[in-house]
Design a protein around this ligand. Structure first.
Ligand SMILES: [Fe+2]
Ligand SMILES: [Fe+2]
Length: 255
């Protein structure tokens, strides 16, 4: 029994593909087929009713669909993947109203679990999380490509979103704590820090609650893979799980 994670599937069985790199980069060619095949070999058990299925956390940006109807085929694909599936909200997941996560959990009961303002479990761990947010520019660069400034208004707007997401994350941690959980794996869609930061409200919260690991996605395309923390930082292990970074092999988070 293992816990795996991967993010940024960006499925588009019914919807219009909106990212050029998904059309042209080799890693995206037939990625749905490759990913399904890899999961078939790696992840055990195919039903929530199985006694000890592996768990797969999908860390956001599941679909290009604009609403639930446009995501139907994508959800069918995800539901048919082996294991117990937990979905985190990404910035492109237009079908997901953060305030209506409970409704999604009802709608997909027995098939998929949605993580937002709540928590799910794996053995004695609470899996907590939220979409998160990170300031992504615009940055101004010198002729060597070094950052020499940024759009300060955009940064202020980003700070408000960061605060709101941190509140949502706290709700998730507190719910898990109230239920008696003391071991945590924390999931974010966005990286925990921007390229300007060494730490953030999210890394502080991971340390405050004693999360053992922070798992995030969103940084895809090779120029973005090293935007944030990778490896151990202040006693917490940070992992990037965007699908193209992992070449569609889900990362084992816990045994
Ligand atoms: Fe993405
Ligand atoms: Fe994203």
């Amino acid at each position: 029994m293992s816990l795996y994670a991967i993010g940024d599937l960006h499925l588009h069985f019914q919807s219009v593909l909106k990212a050029k790199n998904q059309l042209h980069d080799r890693v995206w060619k037939g990625h749905e087929k490759r990913f399904k095949k890899i999961c078939g070999k790696l992840i055990k058990c195919n039903s929530l009713e199985d006694a000890e299925p592996d768990t797969l956390v999908l860390a956001g940006d599941h679909s290009w669909g604009r609403d639930l109807t446009e995501c139907e085929e994508d959800f069918r694909y995800i539901s048919e993947l082996p294991g117990r599936k937990i979905l985190l909200r990404g910035n492109h997941d237009m079908f997901w109203d953060a305030k209506k996560t409970e409704r999604l959990n009802e709608l997909f009961e027995g098939r998929l679990l949605f993580l937002q303002n709540n928590f799910h479990t794996y053995k004695d761990y609470a899996l907590v999380g939220t979409k998160g947010f990170t300031f992504e520019g615009p940055f101004y660069l010198d002729h060597r490509g070094r950052v020499i400034g940024w759009d300060e208004e955009a940064q202020e707007r980003a700070e408000k979103l960061v605060k709101r997401e941190a509140e949502r994350l706290r709700i998730s941690f507190e719910a898990a704590k109230s239920a008696g959980y003391r071991r945590f794996v924390m999931f974010l869609h966005y990286p925990p820090t921007s390229i300007l930061e060494e730490s953030s409200i999210f890394t502080d919260m991971a340390e405050e609650y004693g999360a053992e690991q922070v798992v995030y996605a969103h940084s895809h395309g090779s120029s973005r893979f090293y935007d944030s923390i990778l490896g151990d930082f202040h006693g917490v292990r940070y992992s990037l799980v965007s699908g193209d970074y992992l070449n569609w092999h889900p990362l084992r988070i816990l045994d």
